[in-house]
Design a binder for this molecule. Structure first.
Ligand code: SF4
Ligand code: SF4
Length: 373
């Protein structure tokens, strides 16, 4: 099980409270980016591509905690840049835990062993280690050899010290289902408690665009992975219906307000993945003044091939609340991997039709712009 029972209970209680209060839109996960600076230089990363004066900026601990209070989401994902470079990060994390919110500290792990003494194990704190595949694939993905070994060593040391540890994994064009299966097996053996997986988003600023998958390829890939995973017990940190959506069995539109993003510029519109709507000065302004209907697949050109968890997990959670029996059945049988898929959503642009997963050599894969650590 990739999501602890305490967290499931607390998030469920929060959703129920929001529903009883008649809220139409409410956040589930705050994406907090207190800095864009990083100690890796992945090719095509839009965060580190900012000019030096922006990279030098930090949200203060007080600003971060104000954002947590303003937003009210029960889960906070701290990303970047590399959060462990932020001198006030222990204070930020402690403040979030004090508020009894679940914090996911997303890191490339290069500083994890050195900095772990600044944190105390807690059911509210999870180190979320960026790991995109096996040694060859991950090192190619972050454009530096040796990072996979350092990340897996950090996972071992954090687990030994009693911390909760997840991995967050982004899949690109050319991923092979059997290879992904072996990687998830290895991550499970490492003792991670959760695996967050998402298809890569085709960021505008990425140097290459042939490393990203279209919707049909994403669904084919995930069906392949789930077929390979039958009988295995990977701790995937997602709702059953989001996984079923990735396998092409649920027709969902995105819920961008489910994972609002706060960074040094303000509250990003519409979502973590692109800021076409600019920035709102407050969380309230974000929620009330954003034209949400302008975003989503078939509505906005940048959303065309998006199936990312930061947009669609909240939709799946909402569907779970509305249709608990469907969700339970899906959880028990796993995502369906055979039979017809739901039709692709309408598109304003030509979309790939083949349904095959083209291959790109692993050494040619760079980091997408704006991918969190
Ligand atoms: S479809 Fe994806 S990119 Fe578009 S608003 Fe939703 S999460 Fe953001
Ligand atoms: S993709 Fe992540 S790890 Fe790589 S440079 Fe950007 S923030 Fe750092």
């Amino acid at each position: 099980m990739g999501i602890p029972l305490l967290q499931q209970y607390r998030v469920g209680k929060y959703i129920l409270g929001r529903k009883l209060a008649g809220s139409r839109r409410y956040p589930l996960v705050l994406m907090l980016e207190p800095l864009f600076q990083c100690n890796l230089a992945c090719e095509g990363c839009g965060k580190i591509a900012y000019p030096d004066d922006i990279l030098a900026q930090r949200m203060s601990a007080a600003e971060c905690l104000e954002a947590v209070d303003e937003c009210g989401a029960p889960v906070v994902s701290v990303a970047g840049g590399e959060p462990l470079l932020h001198k006030e990060m222990p204070e930020i994390v402690a403040g979030i835990i004090e508020r009894r919110k679940f914090v996911y500290l997303c890191t490339n792990a290069l500083l994890a062993i050195k900095r772990m003494k600044d944190y105390t194990p807690s059911p509210y704190l999870t180190f979320s280690i960026h790991l995109d595949g096996d040694r060859e694939r991950h090192d190619a993905s972050v454009c530096q050899e040796g990072v996979y070994d350092r990340a897996t060593e950090a996972i071992r040391r954090l687990r030994e010290a009693g911390f909760r540890v997840n991995i967050n994994c982004t899949l690109f064009q050319g991923e092979d289902p059997a290879r992904a299966r072996d990687f998830f097996d290895e991550a499970t053996r490492l003792g991670v408690e959760g695996i967050t997986v998402s298809p890569a988003f085709d960021y505008e600023g990425a140097k290459r665009h042939d490393i990203f998958m279209g919707i049909r390829s994403i669904k084919e890939l995930f069906r392949g992975i789930f077929r390979e995973g039958k009988g295995r017990r990977w701790p995937l940190s997602h709702s059953a219906l989001y996984l079923d959506f990735l396998a092409g069995n649920q027709a969902y539109q995105c819920t961008p307000w489910g994972n609002p993003t706060r960074n040094i510029f303000g509250w990003q519109r519409p979502c973590y993945l692109h800021a076409d709507g600019g920035y709102a000065p407050t969380f309230r302004a974000l929620m009330e003044e954003t034209d949400w209907e302008a975003y989503g697949v078939g509505r906005h050109p940048k959303c065309e091939n998006c199936m990312a968890h930061c947009g669609f997990e909240a939709t799946a959670v909402e569907d779970t609340v509305r249709h608990p029996w469907k969700a339970l059945k899906t959880a028990l049988r796993g995502p369906r991997t055979e039979g017809p898929m739901v039709p692709d959503p309408p598109s304003a642009q030509p979309r790939e039709e083949s349904g095959t997963v083209a291959t790109v050599p692993v050494h040619a894969i760079g980091r997408p712009t704006g991918r969190d650590a």
